[in-house]
Write a protein that binds this ligand. Structure first.
Ligand code: NAP
Ligand code: HSE
Length: 437
């Protein structure tokens, strides 16, 4: 049985939008043959209609007027792949007001104004689908929203930014410098329009907020997520990690601190954070290379699940968009829509109140007594040292420590006092270490 076509208004036709157009070119007949659903691109909004996109587009399909696309009565579903908060937010809200389903890859927008968008969609009874917004081509949002909706999820942890994982892989495995690795990631279409979002951890923080919201049913915005990026990671840190049997990865962690009896309908306190981590080389996340992402979901009933695949790039992201488009078409034919449910407000545990092991690198004066002075400061704050080694001599001397599990607040106090020591020239990297818990 063939139903009415689902007419798509595409807003943005860059790396992701163009990949979706290409994927549709080959898959439309296949999807129609398998499901009876026919997908058609009706209109495409771009900034520059004269740009060569390497696509065979119907004449007149491009416009620079995105508003006219989202309000066009001939458009059933809007696919927003322009990025940024505005005008994307206003365009999506307008599309919803016009009764159109929305499919988006825009994590920055959802992690900023998701609650407003979901409430508007619920009110209008339309879909807002966003599989492509987190972890590229990996089906992760749908399993969390559907299969795991009733699961008491304790933790979601993983690598959710392809650009930084690509850069760290190239720096660790081939010794490529940071600037070159970033340029490669940009050329391969992994990076955001402004790659600061990737390398400073902002993109991963937005994804962490979305994951925490749907995993715990709590409204988490990007501003709630503690985040550090990878720009401070030095070749010394990578060499040290390798010598000690670790790999440095940028991890996003969303964690729920559960009370003794996990039956409280109110969400418990949560932690949401993104920062580099020394991951033991034998941990499954250590072998996630290049633009691949991997996410662990830990639930009280299901145990541990791992989702793995390409986290960035046009093709993988277009694949996620296409899955959502098919869902939107099916829902439309049934007169139903997907929902994220009610997002309650939750309490965020401050990073200072979390425990971790730490790697700390100090530039110091190379003379007798320095180690004792430094170790004394650690001791005064109750931060116990697991291992220490020195690299370099004289003015080049560096001390690298790994601590036992310590409270972040105590580590920060330790660092503040170390800065006051005349024998400490500089505090280099401070990177958390993935331990047993
Ligand atoms: P991109 O290559 O920069 O493409 C953005 C597109 O939006 C371009 O076609 C641009 O037009 C168009 N555009 C921008 N402002 C516009 C405006 N005011 N009116 C009309 N069109 C406008 O970005 P992208 O990499 O495809 O990413 C798009 C979205 O997907 C972002 O939200 C991003 O975070 C998300 N995402 C990207 C990836 C990835 O791997 N790249 C993966 C997952 C999610 P012109 O082409 O004429 O400049
Ligand atoms: N810039 C993002 C990344 C794209 O590198 O992961 C995928 O969301």
């Amino acid at each position: 049985m063939t139903s009415l076509p689902l007419r798509i208004g595409l807003v943005g036709c860059g790396t992701v939008g163009a990949a979706l157009v290409e994927l549709l070119t080959t898959q439309v007949p296949v999807i129609e043959a398998r499901t009876g659903l026919r997908l058609e691109i009706e209109r495409i909004a771009v900034r520059d209609p004269d740009k060569d996109r390497g696509l065979a587009l119907m004449p007149g399909i491009l416009t620079t007027d995105a508003h006219s696309v989202v309000t066009d009565p001939a458009v059933d579903v809007v696919v927003e792949v322009m990025g940024g908060v505005e005008p994307a937010r206003s365009l999506i809200l307008t599309a919803i007001e016009c009764g159109k389903a929305v499919v988006t890859a825009n994590k920055e927008l959802l992690a900023t104004a998701g609650a407003e968008v979901f409430a508007a969609a619920e009110e209008a009874g339309v879909d807002v689908l966003f599989e492509a917004a987190v972890a590229g081509g990996i089906p992760l949002v749908r399993p969390l929203r559907e299969s795991l909706l009733g699961e008491p999820i304790r933790r979601v942890m993983g690598i959710v930014n392809g650009t930084t994982n690509y850069i760290l892989t190239r720096m660790s495995e081939q010794g490529v410098d940071y600037e070159q690795a970033l340029a490669e990631a940009q050329r391969l279409g992994y990076a955001e329009a402004d790659p600061t979002a990737d390398v400073e951890g902002y993109d991963a923080a937005a994804k962490c907020a979305i994951l925490a919201s749907i995993a715990f049913g709590v409204n988490v915005v990007v501003g709630d997520v503690y985040h550090e990026g990878i720009t401070g990671i030095a070749a010394t840190d990578i060499r040290y990690a390798d010598r000690k049997g670790y790999v440095i990865k940028l991890l996003a962690v969303a964690e729920r601190f559960v009370p003794e009896l996990d039956r409280d309908p109110e969400p418990a306190e949560i932690s949401v954070r993104v920062h580099p981590v020394l991951v033991p080389a034998n941990h499954p996340l250590a072998s996630v290379r290049e633009s691949f992402n991997a996410v662990f979901v830990e639930g009280a009933a299901v145990g541990e699940l791992m989702f793995y695949g390409r986290g960035a790039g046009g093709g993988p992201t277009a694949s996620a968009l296409l899955g959502d488009l098919i869902d939107a078409a099916v829902n439309r034919s049934k007169g139903s829509h997907a929902t994220v449910g009610t997002l309650r407000s939750g309490r965020i545990r401050p990073i200072e109140d979390l425990d971790s092991e730490y790697y700390i690198c100090l530039d110091v004066v190379d003379r007798p007594g320095v180690l004792a002075a430094v170790a004394g400061v650690f001791g005064r704050h109750g931060v116990s040292i697991l291992s220490m080694e020195q690299e370099g001599l004289g003015d080049e001397a560096q001390l690298m420590f790994i601590t036992h599990t310590a409270r972040e607040r105590s580590v920060r106090d330790t660092l503040a006092d170390l800065r006051k020591l005349e024998v400490v020239h500089r505090i280099g990297s401070v990177i958390r270490v993935l331990g047993e818990s």
